[in-house]
Design a protein around this ligand. Sequence first.
Ligand SMILES: [Zn+2]
Length: 521
Amino acid sequence: MRTNPYYVFIFALLTSFCFTHAQDNHKGEGPFSQLIIRGVTLINGDGSPPRGPVDIVVENNKIVSIDVVGYPGVEIKDSSRPTLKSGGKELDASGMYLLPGFIDMHGHIGGSAQGADPDYVFKLWMAHGITTVRQPSGRNALELKKQSAANEIVAPRIFEYTGFGSGSDKPISTPEMAREWVRQNAKNGADGIKFFGAEPEIMAAALDENKKLGLGSACHHAQLSVARWNVLHSARAGLTSMEHWYGLPEALFEDRTVQDYPLDYNYQNEQHRFEEAGKLWKQAAKPYSDHWNAVMNELLELDFTLDPTFNIYEASRDLHRARRAEWHEDYTLPSLWKFYEPSKVSHGSYWHFWGTEQEIEWKKNYQLWMTFVNEYKNRGGRVTAGSDSGFIYQLYGFAFIRELELLREAGFHPLEVIRSATLNGAEALGWDDKIGSIQIGKLADFVIVEENPLVNLKVLYGTGAIKLTENNEVVRVGGVKYTIKDGIIYDAKTLLEDVKAMVDTEKARTNWKLKQPGVKN
Ligand SMILES: [Zn+2]
């Protein structure tokens, strides 16, 4: 989310003052000189079907062997298994499923407006198997990135895409200033840039300079700039990934050059922004029309990545569902609840009068958008999974799993969903030689879960999935069991308990009670 670069600058400035480092508990176990994960069914991130039982051997933080040790339902012969060396650790994962660590390509590390500290956000991510995050602007995370890389904190590995212009004492107003800022950003140790749109000559200069340096880039094409610079302009100039969807319908316009704005529209009014956005895809070229095909094929030619973040707009099509998701009660901070409530000043709190008409427009909007994304994948395009949590009732970690469900809804096979959540993200980050799939020589980043997530992606939610037993008893199954990052084993459920304790403390401190908006009590 976010729109205005000045806002982002101020936001980054404010949040940099409120770091916390209270992360001493539940640090995880390892890395080990040897770790053998035994008897697991492997769901790799490369599109291959599940296979098991396998034993996976890790030394320190490197995968050294992946051995198929038998057949389903047949007792495993010990002679076929890799042997444990002294000082090694065995993890019995018989009957469980192992996937590559998830990569959230759109993860803001909390913020002061939300009252969400890094420790809270990181633990929610790690509890959902997210071992890598790309932060597309927000909190200055260069220090956190180093701490995570050294495993001094419980956190996913961080890729920092700095908000364009942030840290600069003046707005970037010339191409030369843009180039200078881009060079400085690389020197600072950032991994890339997050754009929100700018004057065309500034976008062109910044993208050109960034490309020369070999860094990645992402853009939320804010409506303020899309009339002159849409997704195609960005992709041609060297942008490596687009966020959300803005700027894509504009590239697909055939019979207009600007969105059909009502004449009393005001971009500072969040309901105007989100309500009119819900009518945007139907103003674009029809699916499979010549223009639609031409735009898609050019983006494919440019090896461009789509990071749709479907979940962050879900309240637009079903506000009730997003607002009352069952995890809020235990895991959403009071300050986040407050941030989400209808407001003229909180970003994304556009519920001034959000009703049936707006939701139905958005449902149709999703169908057209999903058709594009699914076909892009079918033609060989790279689609990644990003959550953009901390806005619009979407909670860190949980929302990433929701994103997987929405990719499924768009038409992805569950294996294609997992590939988006793993290998595709690694490729987009330029790290596919190190993470993103289970392969000898890659780093030991894994998700282990007791249920088969291909059958039901909901088993990846921290709250698990509801199941009725043979004895007519309602139980919860799933929830990630272990998240392994850099060869260190974290008990995912313990991380969630930590989060719940943080939330309970905040509730007690603020005397918080769940209130329905607008209901007097
Ligand atoms: Zn965002």
